[in-house]
Design a protein around this ligand. Structure first.
Ligand code: RP5
Length: 161
């Protein structure tokens, strides 16, 4: 199976980024995590993206806050899908959201919600599941469990309100 890369701009992003790692572990998807910054270590970030496909990665998740250029900088150096997680470190994360999502035509970054690390991982799994039937089955089972959990809550919500 292809690996997922989780790249964060700073270890201060770890509390959010860990939630993506938890989802990938749940699905048994192999991943590597690295700290590379678009501004502090741009050469290392670019080298990682340039070599990511050859190194067995299928998707890159990139998390950064503030002037969040990491996902876009990685996307510029690879044709692998890049998923951006805007991290809330100022202005409720709006600065990071816009910095991540507003990419020029031809260099997309699939951007999830501010601090949306879980959905970044789910989207990465869905991308890998395009060519992996057993992963697609796990996703379907997870959705069915989610629905069952919600319907169970629906049965008792009138007692709690
Ligand atoms: C970004 O700046 C990082 O991704 C982090 O979200 C933010 C602040 O970084 P630190 O100053 O906490 O290292 O590059």
């Amino acid at each position: 199976m292809k690996k997922v890369a989780i790249i964060m701009g700073s270890t201060s992003d770890l509390p959010v980024v860990k939630k993506a790692a938890d989802v990938l572990r749940d699905f048994g998807v192999p991943f590597e995590a690295h700290v590379y910054s678009a501004h502090r270590t741009p050469e290392e970030a670019r080298a990682f993206a340039l070599n990511a496909r050859a190194n067995g990665f299928g998707v890159i998740i990139a998390a950064a806050g503030m002037a969040a250029h990491l996902a876009g900088a990685l996307a510029a150096a690879t044709t692998l899908p890049v998923i951006g997680i805007p991290i809330n470190s100022a202005l409720d994360g709006l600065d990071a959201l816009l910095s991540t999502v507003q990419m020029p035509s031809g260099i997309p970054v699939a951007t999830v919600a501010v601090d949306g690390a879980k959905n970044a991982a789910f989207l990465a799994v869905q991308i890998l599941a395009v060519s992996d039937a057993s992963l697609a089955e796990k996703l379907a089972a997870q959705r069915a469990k989610n629905a069952a959990d919600i319907l169970k809550k629906d049965e008792t919500v009138m007692n709690e309100i």
